[in-house]
Design a protein around this ligand. Structure first.
Ligand code: FAD
Length: 473
C-alpha cells in the first residue's frame, strides 16, 4: 500500500458536512393525500430558497416541500462550499455565451449574494461563512502567463485583484507546484458550510413559516388536472397543488424535458483531519491571514479550502465522471480509485504532509450540468410547472437566484429578469445515448489534454466553442 492509500484507508464514506451534530432529525414522510398552493420537489438549495423567498413575499402562501431522502442529501450537502457570486458559471462562460448581458448579470449576481448573506444574518443561521475571496493558482509557466493576463484585465476593469509571482505565491500557499497566484478579493465571495446552510433554512421554513416538509418522499409522476392545477403522485400519497416547482437538479426526473436539459456528473472530494499549528506553518496556507479559497487555473480544476475546524477539503480535478445512461445511484459515491487519485494529487501538491496526516472523509455528489454549463430555467403544462436546474459546478450562490426565477416563471412577482437571454433562450438538449456518453468522455479527455498543453485547445474543443457548446471556466 502506498502512502496516499494508507492516508485514505480509514476515511468514512460520507460527506464531511453530513457528519455533524447540527444534522436535524428527518421529517416523517408524506402519509396520505395533501393539497397546497405550491408543491416544491427537492430539498436542496433551490427548493429551500424557493420556499423561503415565496414566504417572505407572501406569508400566506401554502407550501409543501418533498424530498426523496433528507434535506441536503443532494449536491447542496456535498459540495465544496465555495460561495461564488456568478450566476452563469463564471466570467469566461458569460463572455462566451451572454457577453451582451454581462453588466446586468453582474449586478443581479451582486444583489443575489448580498441578499443571501443578509438572509443568513437575519435568521441567525450558523452557515460558517468566511469572506475569503477566490484565489486561482497557476501550476506551470503557460498558465501563469494566461493568469497574469486575466489579472491585468481584471485590474483594468476595476476589480480588486492581487498578483503573486512564484515566490510571493508560495508564501501564501507553500507548494512546489505553485508558479503564480491571483487573489480576487473584492465582493463577497467566500466559503461556507453548505449542509448547515440547508438545515438552517429548513429550520426557518418549518418553525417560522409553517412550510410542510416531508422527507423520504419522492415525486413519481405529475399530471395536469382539468380545470387547473397539478396532481403529483408521490411515494405514499398524492399532492394536489395549483403549481409545482421542480428543484431536483441533476437527478432523473419524471418530466422528460427536465432530464433532457441536464446530465448528472459525479464529482468527488476528500477531507483531512484537522491540521496542527506546525503543519499549517509548513504549508503557509492558513497563516498570516491567508485563508484563501483555492482552485488551480486549468479546465479540469481542483478546488480546495480550509474549514473552520482546521481541515482541508480537496475535490474536483480530472476525475469527475458521467456514468452511462445517467447513473445517479448512491453506490457510485464509493469510488475508491477516484478518491485515491485525489489523495495522490493532494500529496503531490503538499509533499510536506505525506505520512503526516490522514483523510477522515471521502465522498461524491451529483453536479447537474446543462449544455451551456449554467442554470436552465423552464416551464411545462402551461406554466403550472417550473424549474431551474443545471448549475454545473457553481450553484451554491446561483441556486438562490435560480429559485427566484422558477418562482417568477410560475407567476410570483415576475420581473424584467425574465426577458434576459440568459433566462428566456432555451438551452440545447443533451444528445441521446450512446452519443452523450461518448461526447462527454471525449470532451473530458480533450480538456485534460489542453490542460497538459498549457491551456491550448485542440480541434475538438475549438469546434465545440464555435458551435456554442464549449466548456469555459
Ligand atoms: C461534489 C460537488 C462539489 C460542488 N462544489 C461547489 C462549490 O464549491 N460551489 C458551488 O457554487 N457549487 C458547487 N457544486 C454545485 C452545487 O452544489 C449545486 O449546484 C447546488 O447544490 C444545486 O442545488 P439544488 O438544490 O438545485 O440541487 P440538489 O442539492 O442536488 O438538490 C436536489 C434534491 O432533489 C432531491 N430529489 C431528486 N429527485 C427527487 C424526486 N423525484 N422527488 C423528491 N426529491 C427528489 C434530491 O434528493 C436532492 O436532495 C458542487 C457540486 C458537487 C456535487
Amino acid at each position: 500500500m502506498q502512502a496516499h492509500q494508507r492516508a485514505l484507508a480509514n476515511a468514512k464514506l460520507m460527506s464531511l458536512w453530513h457528519d455533524c451534530d447540527a444534522r436535524p432529525a428527518q421529517e416523517p414522510p408524506l402519509d396520505g393525500d395533501e393539497r397546497c398552493e405550491l408543491l416544491i420537489v427537492g430539498g436542496g438549495f433551490t427548493g429551500l430558497w424557493a420556499a423561503l423567498q415565496l414566504k417572505e413575499q407572501q406569508a400566506d402562501a401554502d407550501i409543501v416541500l418533498i424530498e426523496k431522502s433528507f434535506i441536503a442529501d443532494g449536491a447542496s450537502g456535498r459540495n465544496g462550499g465555495f460561495l461564488d457570486a456568478s450566476l452563469a458559471h463564471g466570467e469566461a462562460n458569460i463572455a462566451l455565451r451572454f457577453a451582451d448581458e454581462a453588466d446586468q448579470l453582474a449586478s443581479l449576481a451582486e444583489q443575489n449574494i448580498r441578499e443571501l448573506l443578509a438572509t443568513i444574518e437575519r435568521y441567525n443561521i450558523d452557515a460558517r461563512y468566511e469572506k475569503t475571496g477566490m484565489t486561482s493558482l497557476a501550476m506551470n509557466a503557460h498558465s501563469a502567463e494566461r493568469l497574469h493576463q486575466e489579472y491585468l484585465e481584471a485590474r483594468a476593469a476595476g476589480e480588486d485583484a492581487v498578483w503573486y509571482d512564484r515566490d510571493a505565491a508560495r508564501l501564501q500557499v507553500n507548494s512546489p507546484r505553485v508558479e503564480a497566484a491571483c487573489w480576487y478579493r473584492g465582493g463577497y465571495d467566500g466559503v461556507l458550510d453548505p449542509a448547515r446552510l440547508c438545515w438552517g433554512l429548513k429550520a426557518v421554513l418549518k418553525e417560522q413559516y409553517n412550510v410542510r416538509i416531508y422527507e423520504g418522499t419522492a415525486m413519481l409522476a405529475t399530471e395536469p388536472v382539468s380545470g387547473g392545477g397539478m396532481r403529483t403522485r408521490c411515494t405514499n400519497g398524492v399532492v394536489t397543488s395549483d403549481k409545482v416547482l421542480i428543484a431536483t437538479n441533476g437527478y432523473t426526473s419524471p418530466i422528460k424535458k427536465v432530464n433532457r436539459s441536464t446530465i448528472p456528473i459525479w464529482d468527488y472530494q476528500i477531507a483531512t483531519q484537522a491540521l496542527t499549528d506546525a503543519q499549517f506553518e509548513q504549508i503557509a496556507w492558513g497563516t498570516q491571514n491567508s485563508r484563501h479559497a483555492l482552485e488551480d487555473y486549468v479546465n479540469m480544476f481542483h478546488y480546495f479550502r480550509l474549514t473552520q475546524d482546521g481541515r482541508i477539503t480537496w475535490g474536483g480535478g480530472g476525475d469527475v465522471r458521467y456514468y452511462f445512461n445517467r447513473g445517479t445511484h448512491d453506490s457510485l459515491m464509493d469510488a475508491q480509485d477516484r478518491h485515491e487519485r485525489l489523495a495522490k494529487e493532494f500529496f503531490e501538491f503538499f509533499p510536506q504532509l505525506e505520512g503526516e496526516i490522514e483523510f477522515t472523509h471521502r465522498w461524491g455528489g451529483i453536479i447537474g450540468s446543462s449544455t451551456r454549463f449554467c442554470m436552465v430555467p423552464d416551464t411545462a403544462y402551461d406554466g403550472r410547472v417550473a424549474w431551474t436546474v443545471g448549475y454545473t459546478g457553481l450553484g451554491v450562490c446561483a441556486s438562490r437566484f435560480g429559485a427566484r426565477i422558477a418562482l417568477e416563471l410560475l407567476g410570483y412577482q415576475p420581473s424584467s429578469a425574465l426577458q434576459l437571454k440568459f433566462i428566456a433562450h432555451k438551452a440545447l438538449p443533451w444528445a441521446p445515448e450512446p452519443l452523450r456518453w461518448l461526447g462527454v468522455k471525449f470532451t473530458q479527455y480533450e480538456l485534460q489534454r489542453a490542460d497538459r498543453n498549457g491551456g491550448r485547445r485542440g480541434l475538438w474543443l475549438k469546434l465545440l466553442d464555435k458551435l456554442g457548446l464549449g466548456f469555459a471556466c
